[in-house]
Design a protein around this ligand. Structure first.
Ligand code: DQA
Length: 138
């Protein structure tokens, strides 16, 4: 089984970025833990600060992989183009947000992605990625 985690803008700064909101762990370390946790899954990780690069990656993996875990960062609230890419591909996408976006500013309450995703996990910290991966396992 092949699953990819795609993180959007500023998520490369996890651990350093607003730690009171996003925690103190960097994603590279957490990803190693995930790989140990799911030894039977081929887990991949991709991060980009660029909208087009995220669309390119969704198109690249979206007809071959078994699942995509997507935290689009701020693009969640702005990018109709990524929403269209999610709709265009066959691989199911689970949307993840580390923070509880519904307890934050109003502009974070709308996601262009959710309607095109299989499911949505918000506000559970990095644990949300693990739960999203688990949701793909039969
Ligand atoms: C985020 C929430 C977004 O509103 C924000 O722009 C992010 C991170 C989260 O994981 O909580 O960059 O997606």
């Amino acid at each position: 089984m092949k699953i990819i985690i795609i993180n959007g803008p500023n998520l490369n700064l996890l651990g350093k970025r607003e730690p009171d909101i996003y925690g103190r762990q960097n994603f590279e370390g957490y990803f190693l833990q995930l790989q140990e946790h799911f030894p039977d899954i081929e887990l991949q990780y991709f991060q980009s600060n660029h909208e087009g690069a995220i669309i390119d990656k969704l198109q690249e993996v979206g007809f071959s992989h078994d699942g995509i875990v997507l935290n689009g960062g701020a693009f969640t609230h702005t990018s109709l183009a990524i929403a269209d890419a999610i709709a265009a591909i066959e691989t199911p996408v689970v949307e993840v947000h580390i923070s509880n976006v519904y307890a934050r500013e109003a502009f974070r309450h709308h996601s262009w992605f959710s309607a095109n995703c299989r499911g949505l996990i918000v506000g559970l910290g990095l644990k949300g990625y693990e739960l999203a991966i688990r949701s793909f396992v039969k």
